[in-house]
Unconditional design. Structure first.
Length: 78
């Protein structure tokens, strides 16, 4: 039955391959997005921008909260 199934699904192979590639890209993007080292680098850049006067305190607080939420969501079990 497995061979017959593969033969019947052969025309869909390019679609299945594309779906697999997209899954891999999404997984890597999520890994990088939630990477603690990346979040810490972004926090450091944010602090530098705030200290340089490039943003006001409200903008700083909003963006800092977003980064801390990313960091926190990574440490919690999914």
């Amino acid at each position: 039955m497995g061979l017959l199934k593969e033969v019947l699904l052969l025309p869909a192979a390019p679609i299945r391959g594309t779906a697999w590639v997209l899954q891999q890209v999404v997984a890597e993007a999520e890994r990088q997005y939630y990477d603690p080292a990346q979040v810490h680098r972004e926090l450091a850049r944010l602090v530098s921008a705030f200290e340089a006067g490039e943003m006001d305190e409200a903008e700083f607080d909003r963006r800092e909260d977003e980064l801390l939420a990313r960091l926190e969501s990574r440490t919690q079990p999914r």
